[in-house]
Design a protein around this ligand. Structure first.
Ligand SMILES: Cc1ncc(COP(=O)(O)O)c(C=O)c1O
Length: 383
């Protein structure tokens, strides 16, 4: 039918009020509150995604990311998407159909790597630990010897269990077994020690909304020369066009800077500012701050009569899992914290549903006053 013969439907012409969101303190597994300087940077005037001034912003973001990752990798950039998009970029480019991918699973996000790698046609092998545990080097060595994979994937900071998987030595093992090492750093980048080059990590990916103090929307990723060699030797094109590293590299690196997609300008301003703050503070001080405030929280929990789920030796400073006491309704407590105190924490899920709360003290939010606020609110809610 011709446009002039049609009448406009008013059905969905909703009258909604001006946006006014509550002042939440985001102490769940992410997002955490963005740094005020980051929010300010997002309001900066817009330029085009190929404007020379934006290209400079892109270069600065990449250089600051290299600092945060502790890498000299040329192929270091933020993916336009959340942490899962960065995870999918790792799998899309590294995995060719038929590749043997070994996933060392210690929680839900390891399972997500299994799911993704399976979808991309890998011959996926899985080794698992109980939720709340991490792998030892000997266990990983045995698994590599048994499966002889092309790629080993694991999660450094398992957000579902609050466990920090120690990484030292795994890169050397992977070289010994001639396989690539892919590490999920979504809840660790900028919050806990991470040395991509020194630890021999071939692909590491993360997000913007946790320890980097930005809103969600970008997924930093870095590829080592070994990873790039595997990508250049592919005989098949990566399945996803949007997440094809070679196409992305034409936009992010090199002389021509060809259009690939319209990068989210304001989010890149945000990430630049978040990373600038990381560089100002320095990684050593930042990692120490996260550990100090986490320790302060863990000690305070004992006073409230609560205990941590993850063992102290492998406990993640950025995300704490707290055991829900017998007879307490985990969801009701989280609901009351949100409703009465504007504090967001999350419950456990899957195997830990109803058994733990998950508390993130990350980035800009990693401050003593926030820990005290949450402890006092918990004390009141639990009576
Ligand atoms: C360890 C881990 N990996 C991957 C993801 C997925 O990131 P996103 O939710 O930003 O897509 C998350 C999200 O919390 C995570 O904690």
């Amino acid at each position: 039918m011709l446009a002039e013969m049609l009448s406009i439907s008013e059905k969905h012409r909703a009258q909604v009020p001006q946006l006014d969101m509550p002042p939440r303190l985001l102490l769940g597994p992410g997002p955490s509150n963005a740094h005020p300087r980051v929010l300010q940077a997002m309001g900066m005037r817009q330029v085009g995604h190929l404007d020379p001034t934006f290209i400079q912003v892109m270069d600065e973001v990449q250089e600051l990311l290299r600092y945060a990752w502790q890498t000299d990798n040329r192929f270091t950039l933020p993916i336009s998407g959340t942490g899962s998009a960065a995870m999918e970029t790792a799998v899309n480019n590294i995995v060719e159909p038929g590749d043997v991918v070994l996933v060392a699973v210690i929680g839900y996000f390891g399972e997500r790597l299994v799911d993704m790698s399976t979808r991309y046609g890998a011959d996926v092998r899985v080794v698992e630990k109980d939720w709340g545990e991490a792998f030892t080097l000997d266990e990983l060595r045995a698994a590599l010897a048994e499966h002889n994979p092309d790629v080993l994937m694991l999660v450094q900071a398992e957000t579902s269990t609050g466990v920090l998987q120690p990484l030292e030595g795994i890169g050397d093992l992977c070289r010994e077994f001639d396989c690539l090492l892919v590490v999920d750093c979504v809840t660790s980048l900028g919050g806990v020690p991470l040395f991509v080059d020194a630890w021999g990590i071939d692909v590491a990916y993360s997000c913007s909304q946790k320890c980097l103090s930005c809103p969600s929307g970008l997924g930093p990723i870095t590829f080592s020369p070994r990873a790039m060699a595997k990508i250049q030797q592919r005989t098949t094109k990566p399945h996803s066009w949007y997440l094809d590293l070679n196409l992305l590299a034409n936009y992010w690196l090199g002389e021509t800077r060809a259009y690939h997609h319209t990068a989210p300008i304001a989010m890149n301003y945000a990430l630049r500012e978040g990373l600038r703050i990381v560089a100002e503070e320095g990684l050593e001080a930042r990692w120490a701050r996260h550990r100090e405030n986490a320790t302060f929280f863990w000690e305070g929990l004992a006073d409230v009569g609560l205990v941590c789920f993850a063992p102290a030796e492998i406990r993640l400073p950025t995300l704490t899992t707290v055991r829900v006491p017998e007879g307490v309704d985990a969801k009701a407590v989280a609901g009351k914290l949100l409703h009465d105190y504007n504090i967001e924490i999350a419950g456990g899920f899957s195997k830990l549903a109803g058994k733990v709360w998950r508390v993130g003290i990350m980035g800009f939010n990693s401050r003593r006053e926030n820990v005290l606020l949450l402890l006092e609110a918990l004390r009141r809610v639990l009576g």
